[in-house]
Design a protein around this ligand. Structure first.
Ligand code: KIV
Length: 269
């Protein structure tokens, strides 16, 4: 399944990805033609009500991957490796990645470039397909000083290009960019031979991803904060408003991504 998708992407087809955490939505998303279901550790926020992804465990990711795999047995599933499950050493990363694959993932996503390149290579060499997550990396939200656009300076843009190229050389199947300037995402996409997926990274990426609850317009921040204090990120779009049903909203998103109509400039940095 993953190879078929990569072949389609290489032939110029856009990839439509959405987060998914359970079997019912997995079925809806698969029927609507979503190419990749991301069992994201964003579940810490949208399912568990926390203010970040840092408390999500391997057990959480195994459980939700199983549910999604049950609902969509014929769709590519990408699962996030949660914080502290891969950073320490490549051997631990491999053992945890294999557990997620056994739960139903077809590839795993790890955050960071630099020192994570060796881990990505080790996973790939041992039969685990990898997506590298660059730009704003939510597991480092404290280190990055909040939800901030990355790659704005010439130096940080160059570092991201170098990281993406190193990840591609390490054999990753995809590179995901979160909250980076659209021009930088386009430049990197054109300079590496693996598909790129954007969230707040402009229309120049090979594909797009959104958090399902943002697409439905139902996420209003962590449970300990008042909903009126929450402001949806610039890159999010409520497709339910226009679509009228969940199924239609997801289909509209898939069509908009495939036809290059989403994201628009107003969603990008
Ligand atoms: O966990 C997640 O949902 C993600 C997306 C923001 C890309 O990593």
């Amino acid at each position: 399944m993953l190879n078929t998708l990569l072949t389609k992407a290489a032939a110029g087809e856009k990839i439509a990805m959405l987060t998914c955490y359970d079997a019912t939505f997995a079925k809806v998303l698969a029927l609507a033609g979503v190419d990749v279901l991301l069992v994201g550790d964003s579940l810490g926020m949208v399912i568990q009500g926390a203010s970040n992804t840092l408390e999500v465990t391997m057990q959480d990711m195994i459980y939700h991957t199983r549910l999604v795999a049950k609902g969509a047995p014929h769709t590519v599933i990408m699962t996030d490796m949660p914080a502290c499950s891969y950073e320490h050493d490549p051997q631990t990363a491999l053992a945890n990645a294999q557990t997620l694959m056994a739960a139903g993932a077809h590839l795993v996503k790890i955050e960071g470039g630099g020192e994570m390149v060796a881990t990505a290579r080790y996973l790939v060499e041992n039969g685990v397909p990898v997506c590298a997550h660059l730009g704003f990396t939510p597991q480092s939200v404290e280190k990055l000083g909040g939800y901030k656009i990355q790659g704005k300076t010439e130096e940080s843009a160059q570092a991201m290009l170098t990281d993406a190229q190193a990840m591609a050389q390490a054999g990753v199947s995809m590179v995901l960019f979160e909250m980076i300037p659209a021009a930088l995402a386009t430049e990197i996409t054109q300079s590496i031979n693996v598909p790129t997926i954007g969230i707040g990274a402009g229309a120049g990426c090979t594909g797009q991803v959104l958090v399902l609850q943002d697409l439905l317009g139902i996420y209003s921040g962590p449970t300990d904060k008042a909903p009126q204090d929450y402001k949806a990120p610039r890159f999010a779009q409520n497709f339910l408003q226009q679509g009228g049903s969940v199924q239609q909203a997801v289909s509209d998103y898939v069509q908009a991504v495939k036809e290059g109509r989403f994201p628009e400039d107003r969603h990008s940095y």
